[in-house]
Design a protein around this ligand. Structure first.
Ligand code: PMP
Length: 362
C-alpha cells in the first residue's frame, strides 16, 4: 500500500484512516450485498439502512431533537448561500449577515439577489483577523434571520460562542468546523456544512433545519431549491451522492467510537494548542494571522517575515512530507488545516520541522 503523507489541505481534506480502510475493504462488494456502494440503488433497502443510520448517528453526536430535520444535499455549501435566502428570507425579505471572511461575503452576494441584506458587522478593514464582539453587532430584531460563518477557513478565525440574536432565527455556515465540538443545536434554526472538511468527501452538504422554518418555503420555488422537496423525500427526491453519504456514516461511527464530540474537542484543542504554542514561542519568526481570542482550532494561519521565506518553508516542508501548507491566495502565508481526522503526531512533527527551520533561518 502507498505510504501516506501529512495532508494539511483545507478541503477536500484528510479522512480518518480507519474509515478509508473500511471503505476500501468494502468497495468491491458491501458485506452481504455482493455489490459496491458505488453500484447500488439509492432506493434499495441497503442504502435506506445506510442513510438512516448516518442521520441517526449524526443526530446522536450533535444531540439533535425531533424539531429538526437532517438533509444530505448537493451543490456544496455554495448552493446553500442562495437556497437559504430563497427559502428563509420571505416573507419579510430582509436578513442580517455577519461578515467574517470571504465565504460570508459570498453568502451576502447571493442573499442580495433575493432581498435586503443588513451587514450586521464586517471586519474586512482588519483583514478578518478577528471575530466581532457582541456589542459590535448591529442586529435588526425584525430580520428574517441572522447568518454567520462559524469558522473562517481562509483567515483561520472561529466563533467560540454563538452570537446572541434574541428571537431571530440563527443560521450558520459550519462547513469548516462542523462536528469539531459539541454545540447546542437548539440555539440554531438552521445549519449547513459541506462535507469535505470534517465529514467526508466533497459532493454532499449536510443541512440541519428546524421544521417550523419550512413554512417559509414558497411552492413557487424551483423544486430542487425548495427545502420542503428534500424533507418530504428524505433527501431522495433525486439521486443523492450515495458514496458521500456512506462515508459520512462511517465518519459518524468513527467519532462515536472515539467517545463523541467532547472527546474530539479535547483532541482538537490539544492539536491546535501545540501549533499555536510554537507560533507564540517563536519570538515573532512566525506571526499568527488571527488574534488570539479568535483563533480557529481547525485552520491555523501564519506568516513569516518575507514571502521568500514562506516559499522556502513550503518547499522544504513539501519535500519533508507535509502537504497543503500554502495559505489561501487571498491572504498568503501558511495555513495548516488540522481537522478532526488530522493526527496529533502530524502536528508534533510539523512543529519539530518548524523549530528546525527557524533555527536555520532566523
Ligand atoms: N463556506 C466555508 C466556510 C468554506 O470553507 C467553503 C469551502 N472552502 C464553502 C463555504 C464553500 O463550500 P463548497 O465548495 O462546498 O461550495
Amino acid at each position: 500500500m502507498e505510504k501516506r503523507i501529512y495532508n494539511f489541505s483545507a478541503g477536500p481534506a484528510i479522512l480518518p484512516e480507519d474509515v478509508l480502510k473500511e471503505a476500501q475493504e468494502n468497495l468491491f462488494a458491501l458485506p452481504g450485498v455482493g455489490m459496491s456502494i458505488l453500484e447500488i440503488s439509492h432506493r434499495s433497502k441497503t442504502f435506506d439502512k445506510i442513510i438512516t443510520e448516518a442521520k441517526q448517528d449524526l443526530k446522536s453526536l450533535l444531540n439533535i431533537n425531533d424539531d429538526y430535520e437532517l438533509l444530505f444535499l448537493q451543490g456544496g455549501a455554495s448552493l446553500q448561500f442562495i437556497m437559504v435566502a430563497l427559502n428563509l428570507m420571505p416573507p419579510k425579505n430582509k436578513a442580517d449577515y455577519i461578515v467574517t471572511g470571504s465565504w460570508s461575503k459570498k453568502a451576502v452576494k447571493e442573499a442580495k439577489k433575493v432581498g435586503t441584506v443588513n451587514i450586521a458587522a464586517t471586519l474586512e478593514s482588519e483583514n478578518f483577523k478577528r471575530i466581532p464582539k457582541q456589542e459590535e453587532l448591529n442586529l435588526d430584531p425584525e430580520a428574517s434571520y441572522v447568518h454567520f460563518t462559524t469558522n473562517n477557513t481562509i483567515y483561520g478565525t472561529e466563533w467560540h460562542k454563538e452570537p446572541e440574536v434574541g428571537n431571530v432565527p440563527l443560521v450558520c455556515d459550519a462547513s469548516s468546523d462542523i462536528l469539531h465540538k459539541k454545540i447546542d443545536v437548539t440555539k440554531y434554526a438552521f445549519l449547513y456544512a459541506g462535507a469535505q472538511k470534517n465529514m467526508g468527501p466533497s459532493g454532499v452538504t449536510l443541512v440541519i433545519i428546524r421544521k417550523d422554518l419550512l413554512e417559509r418555503s414558497s411552492d413557487s420555488l424551483p423544486t430542487m431549491l425548495n427545502y420542503k422537496t428534500h424533507v418530504d423525500n428524505n433527501s431522495l427526491y433525486n439521486t443523492p451522492n450515495t458514496f458521500g453519504i456512506y462515508i459520512i456514516g462511517l465518519v459518524a461511527k468513527w467519532l462515536t467510537k472515539l467517545g463523541g464530540l467532547d472527546a474530539m474537542h479535547k483532541i482538537n484543542k490539544e492539536k491546535a494548542g501545540i501549533l499555536y504554542q510554537c507560533i507564540d514561542a517563536s519570538a515573532g519568526f512566525y506571526k499568527g494571522h488571527a488574534e488570539k481570542e479568535s483563533r480557529s482550532l481547525m485552520n491555523v494561519t501564519f506568516n513569516l517575515a518575507t514571502e521568500e521565506l514562506e516559499k522556502k518553508l513550503i518547499a522544504e516542508a513539501t519535500e519533508a512530507g507535509f502537504s497543503g501548507l500554502k495559505g489561501h491566495r487571498s491572504v498568503g502565508g501558511l495555513r495548516a488545516s488540522i481537522y478532526n481526522a488530522f493526527p496529533k503526531k502530524g502536528v508534533e512533527d510539523l512543529v519539530s520541522f518548524m523549530k528546525d527551520f527557524q533555527n536555520k533561518n532566523d
